[in-house]
Design a protein. Sequence first.
Length: 341
Amino acid sequence: MSEAHAGLEIQNGAMSPAVLCRRIVAFCHLVFEPPRMSEARRILLLGVVALVLVGCGQSEEDKTAEPKFTQQAPAAAGKEYAFAIHPLHNPVRMFEIYGPLIDYLNRNIQGASFRLEASRNYEAFEKKLYARELEFALPNPYQTLISLSHGYHVIAKMGDDYKFTGVVLVRRDSGIKNLSDLKGKKVSYPASTALAAAMMPQYYFQSHGLDVNRDIENIYVGSQESSIMNVYLGNVAAGVTWPLPWEAFQKEHPDKASELELKWETEPLINNGVVARDDLPEQLVKRVAQLLDTLHTSEEGKKILARMPLSRFELADDRRYRVIDDFLKKFSQTVRPLDNQ
């Protein structure tokens, strides 16, 4: 399949109109998702986006041509599959980091087209995953385990398990030295179902004498970046995340990061899984898994991984994630009950 057929052509080193429009449309699903904004404002913005999309469909040589609309991708592109990433980052940042990976799959898989699916928060992602609305997904290990009961199977996973830890950040000027200093204060997390960035640190707190349900106020703020920023802004005494978003924040906002410090870190668990719905063509699933597993063997793949940052993906199956069962049993017995979907 040519790059043009895959809808992924790069023209003169810039993103082609086809790619740009697809990403605008995908992002609009998030922007216009209620209760994001008022109806009047949504209608106004929809009009603006419609004008942008009309422009996207025209080349520089054919500005006066009438736009043509279609309800499906060109036949050469094949069936479109959603590949969703759980909210590791805000949607804009998600497209910057994982867009190249989806482009790579599109260029290397015949007769199929992949669309990156971002979600505004954990709840929105889980709703789509557990309703089987997604063909492929990269959930956290807890979500991966739950997805198995909704007809998904593990086909690969992120490597670098040693990086799958929970980290607790505080301001350098906070005066917080011991866990007991957090008593009576607020702690932020992306979501209650964030394994590394909520459950694992809460288990750590409980195991080290800080009662999660009585000693602190737990604030769930929707994303990794938001958890970090709440610490920086002084809205909370401590914020929980995991190493990858923290590393990215340090690179992108070194001035802000310099005012924070990593105070505590949990023991590691298995990293995020890649799952495929059980009704997909077997050869397609195998090809996706193979491309992920070999991504680190090419220079292009290494650049894609460096954005995450990650050394590699690796093959995996459902059995690898049964280890999460043991942790969840301990967590639900000592910290708080879990509402499994």
